[in-house]
Design a protein around this ligand. Structure first.
Ligand code: URA
Length: 234
């Protein structure tokens, strides 16, 4: 692939901007500046540098972010910062989107991608991908609440009760809840319907993928082949 196309596909602006960036001598590849937009390179395991910052070529972007509280899953946030402000700008330019949304005050595992099929496969209601949340509750949990969550609670505006595939107390005020849907404020509404209240919410797992303990809040990483397989295999 030529260098202009490499920069373009990775989100470094319009083709004109990519050509200018290259012609200005700002791109280094294989240890040397390359100012020729038509120069050809193999994209296999390719890392190039723009203004000294390394960039690993990925045909499609599959990312995992440890979302902090106070960030909205929107490019145009209403009241808080955007999760996209935690990512390098080229991701926004190449159309990376959130795989489902977390509330601004929810923390934890957020996937992002520019692969529409991948986003659909994980968010379409009929795919029923399990998502595990850890909720800190205002009141101590009891067996009646846990049973109600497992048996199904009726949420306002929903025709059918919504069931947690798993609901267990990790401690008096810490609930682990796994649901298959991604409805608006789903966990908070379910917990409220069961007679308690969510004070803090954290997403720990999607399918078979757990938020890595090593990933600091506010930081992102590429999903590797094992991560992608664990999402699909659950
Ligand atoms: N359920 C909620 O209530 N909020 C989230 O952010 C995710 C699931």
């Amino acid at each position: 692939m030529n260098l202009e196309s490499i920069l373009f596909t990775q989100g470094f602006g319009s083709r004109r901007q990519c050509r200018a960036t290259i012609a200005e001598g700002r791109v280094e590849i294989d240890g040397a500046i390359c100012d020729e937009p038509n120069a050809e390179f193999s994209t296999d395991a390719l890392t190039f540098y723009v203004d000294g910052t390394p960039w690993a070529y990925h045909e499609r972007a599959y990312l995992l972010l440890n979302k902090p509280a106070g960030y909205e899953c929107s490019r145009e946030p209403q009241h808080h910062l955007s999760v996209f402000s935690l990512l390098p700008a080229p991701f926004t330019a190449r159309g990376v989107q959130c795989v489902g949304r977390l509330d601004q005050d929810t923390t934890g595992l957020l996937l992002l991608s520019d692969d529409g099929q991948f986003v659909h496969a994980l968010t379409a209601p009929r795919r029923k991908v399990p998502k595990t949340y850890v909720a800190t509750t205002r009141h101590p949990l009891d067996d009646t609440q846990l049973a109600a969550l497992r048996d199904g609670v009726l949420l306002h505006g929903e025709a059918q009760p919504v069931v947690a595939v798993d609901a267990r107390a990790r401690s008096a005020n810490v609930l682990e809840l796994t649901v298959l849907e991604g409805k608006y404020h789903q966990v908070k509404r379910m917990v409220a319907a069961a007679g308690n209240r969510v004070e803090a919410l954290h997403r720990e797992r999607i399918g078979g993928l757990t938020l890595p303990e090593t990933l600091v809040e506010g930081k992102w990483q590429w999903l590797n082949a094992t991560d992608l397989a664990s999402l699909q295999g659950r």
